[in-house]
Ligand binder design. Structure first.
Ligand SMILES: [Zn+2]
Length: 66
C-alpha cells in the first residue's frame, strides 16, 4: 500500500513510503520550509530578546568618523 501525504509547502500529493523529504514532496519544499522556520525563528528571537541590537544592525552607520 502506498500512503500519500499532502506536502505542507506546495500542497502537492506525494509518496510517504520511500520519500526522504516527507512530509514534503521534494527537497526544494523541505528546504524552503526549513528556511522559513529559521528566518522566522531568528526574527522572533531577535525581536524579543534584543530589539536594540536588531536596530543597531539596521542603522549601521555608513562611516565611522572619529
Ligand atoms: Zn511540495
Amino acid at each position: 500500500m502506498n500512503k500519500k501525504v499532502q506536502c505542507p509547502c506546495c500542497g502537492e500529493m506525494c509518496d510517504w513510503e520511500g520519500n526522504p523529504f516527507r512530509p514534503f514532496c521534494k527537497k526544494l519544499c523541505r528546504d524552503k520550509d526549513l528556511g522559513n522556520w529559521a528566518t522566522e525563528g531568528y526574527r522572533l528571537e531577535a525581536n524579543e530578546e534584543n530589539p536594540s541590537e536588531l536596530d543597531f544592525l539596521k542603522k549601521k552607520p555608513p562611516n565611522d568618523e572619529k
